[in-house]
Design a protein around this ligand. Structure first.
Ligand SMILES: [Zn+2]
Ligand SMILES: [Zn+2]
Ligand SMILES: [Zn+2]
Length: 484
């Protein structure tokens, strides 16, 4: 069977390549058709750098001729393998998010080719596919359905195949603008307020569709903790990414998610922003609180941790206990000048002098305390695509007339939330702590999420190397003692 997908692609993807419509003739003149590349590529893998001899290729119309352009007419050798590799790369990237949209009316239908293979052979192929891929294959054309039959779809009904059913349905997203895929049910539900969906605090009932599992504690909808009392439901990631991918009818613009709020209990204020970059939703949360200099360890804990569940007041990923995050915050707090410590008459007088001086000084004369290289670096969680920056800042306190500008600690968190197709997306699952396979340094590489995010607005581009949040790579969770 002719196949043209990159050799590391899944069988499902390779079948999609083989069955998709042909490209236009003009494209054929420039490059050999991708259908005929894969055998070459397979050989390239084994013969890496050896000069290639000319090979003829078999076309669907039965003719046999040399692949144009790639073969040097005088020597018969392959001119440049990079052209071939780029050709393949073009093809693998042509459909963003793996959806192929190119369509050419002149292309011959592929059905006869599909029909020429026996049902037995197709069933053998199906045996190798994950159920969601098998069901998609049977859904692709009538001929394929005749060959494969309704078996994969019937299997999708079984309770144990819930996840596969959700994966299969997620691929039909484009044909369902008025519906939203509900993952607890693995069903599409009609959107109640299409286009008017707004993110609300969790204590406000905010159904986006009528769902029989809405109150089922055993099947909670996927959501990401942002701060105490605030989270981001996955449905909003879906809405934003659908609108980005297919158009406004499918969801809401990413700006609709931006929020600012102040937590009255803790005094921390928070600000969220999102950007879609290369098909992924990136999140930034800036959390800030005024910080008194010279706090003892217990005071630092009161400042940083919620009394309710001992989680930080600022935004954190699921792995915050394993790294240096809270130590970095404490390190930063220790850099605050301690001039106001103590409560004797001398210190009280000094404090009053300082207060008057600060109240009358122009902002430029005031500077935030400086930090050490340890606590001022951008850190990346090793287990999820999240980066952190702890900073000391001067922040305006409008409620205090005596001292308008005060020292504050700010923790910025950047996360890659993935492509929003399913909650099983590696990035979303990793941020929630549900993807133990994820290795952020391998997956992200050198380009920092923080840098990518900030370059969208040009506000501030951290130009530094990103360090690991957990350099010793110890995973103790609650058992670790250093986080509190
Ligand atoms: Zn539902
Ligand atoms: Zn420090
Ligand atoms: Zn993490």
């Amino acid at each position: 069977m002719a196949d043209s997908a990159p050799p590391n692609a899944s069988l499902g993807t390779r079948l999609k390549f083989a069955l998709r419509p042909k490209k236009s003739r003009s494209r054929l003149a420039k490059k050999p058709p991708p259908e005929h590349m894969s055998p070459d590529l397979v050989r390239l893998n084994s013969e890496a750098s050896r000069p290639q001899t000319a090979k003829s290729v078999h076309y669907h119309d039965g003719s046999t001729r040399a692949a144009p352009d790639l073969i040097d007419k005088s020597t018969g050798e392959r001119k440049d393998i990079t052209a071939l590799l780029h050709g393949l790369q073009d093809n693998s990237e042509s459909g963003e998010h793996g959806y192929y949209t190119e369509h050419d009316e002149n292309r011959k239908p592929g059905e006869p080719l599909v029909a020429s293979l026996s049902s037995n052979l197709w069933m053998k192929i199906v045996d190798f596919l994950p159920l969601s891929d098998a069901a998609s294959l049977a859904f692709a054309t009538k001929v394929l359905f005749q060959k494969i039959g309704p078996g994969p779809w019937e299997n999708l009904r079984l309770e144990e195949n819930h996840q596969h059913r959700a994966e299969f349905l997620a691929r039909l997203d484009r044909s369902m603008p008025r519906h939203l895929l509900c993952f607890p049910c693995a069903k599409f539900h009609l959107r109640i307020q299409p286009g008017q969906e707004t993110l609300k605090p969790p204590n406000i009932l905010n159904p986006l569709f009528e769902c029989p599992n809405a109150q089922n504690p055993l099947l909670p909808p996927s959501r990401l903790r942002l701060t105490p009392h605030r989270n981001l439901p996955f449905t909003f990631v879906q809405l934003v990414m659908r609108a980005h991918r297919y158009g406004p009818r499918y969801g809401i613009p990413c700006e609709e998610l931006f929020r600012r709020w102040r937590d009255p209990e803790s005094g921390w204020s928070h600000q969220t922003r999102y950007h879609v970059v290369k098909g992924h939703l990136l999140l930034r949360v800036i959390s800030q609180s005024f910080a008194t200099p010279g706090l003892p360890p217990s005071g630092q804990r009161t400042l940083l941790f919620s009394r309710e569940d001992y989680t930080p007041y600022f935004s954190v990923c699921a792995h915050w206990k394993d790294g240096e995050l809270t130590n970095l915050c404490k390190c930063a707090l220790n850099h605050l000048p301690k001039e106001q410590a103590g409560n004797g008459p001398e210190q009280q007088l000094q404090r009053r002098i300082d207060t008057v001086r600060k109240a009358s000084a122009p902002l430029t004369a005031l500077r935030a305390a400086s930090q050490c290289p340890e606590c001022r670096s951008i850190r990346r969680c090793s287990e999820c695509p999240t980066e952190y920056l702890v900073e000391l800042k001067l922040a305006e306190d409008k409620s205090d007339k005596a001292q308008k500008f005060k020292q504050a600690i700010s923790v910025t968190r950047w996360s890659d939330l993935g492509d929003g197709t399913t909650p099983a997306t590696p990035e979303w699952a990793a941020c929630k702590g549900d993807n133990e396979e994820y290795d952020s340094f391998k997956a992200i590489g050198r380009r920092a999420i923080s840098g990518t995010f900030e370059s969208q607005t040009g506000d501030f581009i951290p130009g530094q190397r990103v360090r690991s949040l957990n350099p010793k790579n110890q995973k103790k969770g609650d058992e670790g003692h250093s986080w509190y």
